[in-house]
Design a protein around this ligand. Sequence first.
Ligand code: FES
Length: 150
Amino acid sequence: MSRQSLAAVLARHRTKPPNILQALLEIQGALGAVSVRAVPEIAKALDVTEADVAGVLSYYPELRPAQPGRHLIRVCLGESCMANHGAKVLARVRAHLKIEVGETTRDGRFTLAPIYCVGNCAVGPSLMVDGDVIGRVNPDQVPALLDSYT
Ligand code: FES
């Protein structure tokens, strides 16, 4: 997608209220994903806040914030997990993989995404790797856990 066609997509959805979801779906259709690094530019073009765009990008599972890696890691940012050291788990995952939420590792192995409850609150903090729900995650176990996925 050229800069001109990206600008045209964004201009078409700069309505009142702007159609953020449709704009993101069109961008993804052309590029395969919507980079989290593009959030400020998209927000400016649609005349909304970056939080508005990031919220839509993280809420709809149809939207991919990065070219998907072989494994999708979803760290639970739900209230229960966050009250139970979920932020430490997320920090450890980010540090181990050297990526931010919404990004894919350079080797294409992992994509990191948020999720807001996996129904595992009683044994949080929780995360999902592909379809596996893992509870009672100790941040110190994160490197070995992730390294077990090839
Ligand atoms: S809040 Fe994390 S599993 Fe429910």
